[in-house]
Design a protein around this ligand. Sequence first.
Ligand code: NAD
Ligand code: 4PL
Length: 245
Amino acid sequence: MTFEGRTVIVTGAAQGIGAAIAGQLAAADATVVVADTNGPGAQAVASRLGHGSFGVVADVGEPDDVAALHAEVIAQTGRIDALVNNAAIVPFTPWDEVDFPEWRRIMRVDLDGVYLMCRASSAHMRGRGYGRIVNVASNTFFAGTPNMAAYVAAKGGVIGFTRALATELGPYRITVNAVSPGLVASEGVMASPHAEAFDFVGGLQALKRRGLPADIAPAVVFLASEEAGWVTGTTLNVDGGHVRH
Ligand code: NAD
Ligand code: 4PL
């Protein structure tokens, strides 16, 4: 499996699961576009990757940023082979404390951002008759995890959108799939109340150790590869056997 000569955009790749995905794609010789609101973090990750990888500051929920990101990728590499929608806000708030502006803030990034990025990247992929889109969802959609209701709803939206977009883009030989991670020790999780859930969640997992960002990346890399060309519209759960669906 090689990504030599291929350009892959990974959103939210300045840290956590996105940085692990970027690292494993670059290890397979991809040129990775590290897109993140955290510009210095994106540059730092990209500088370690090689193969002409570079960082771009972009908010995936902002249409102008998404347009500028795509213009820069086309200007620098002339192609978009795969898109990994990994950027998200991961809140921890009881559902009745989420007011409407907070609900919208989460939806804007976690669901609208996926729509905007898919729309822009697929326009280039359609012209070439090749493309791979991998959306990072969450096993919280299957588990109904508390304190994340807007997030769980957004991730359910991502899984639904993945199925519909697979149908719409199949005629252009573009595949659209999702990966649904369970709890893993990303920088974001470790700096939040989610970090206190490892013992409880570990007890539910078939595999008892703590999940890491590097445990999620291989599933994403597979679905982003040329070899995964007969897989589309599906959601691959990667969570140490926490939920079984
Ligand atoms: P993280 O918080 O460690 O990193 C998220 C990255 O996304 C950060 O670099 C942040 O700057 C960036 N980002 C946030 N908003 C953005 C925006 N609007 N535009 C561009 N970049 C933005 O997160 P993580 O834990 O690595 O999660 C990555 C993905 O995995 C998310 O989609 C998350 O929902 C999903 N996920 C995480 C877990 C987990 O336990 N860590 C479990 C299931 C799913
Ligand atoms: C099981 O997606 O899947 C906490 C935080 N616990 O973001 C997640 C579980 C979190 C998860 C997630």
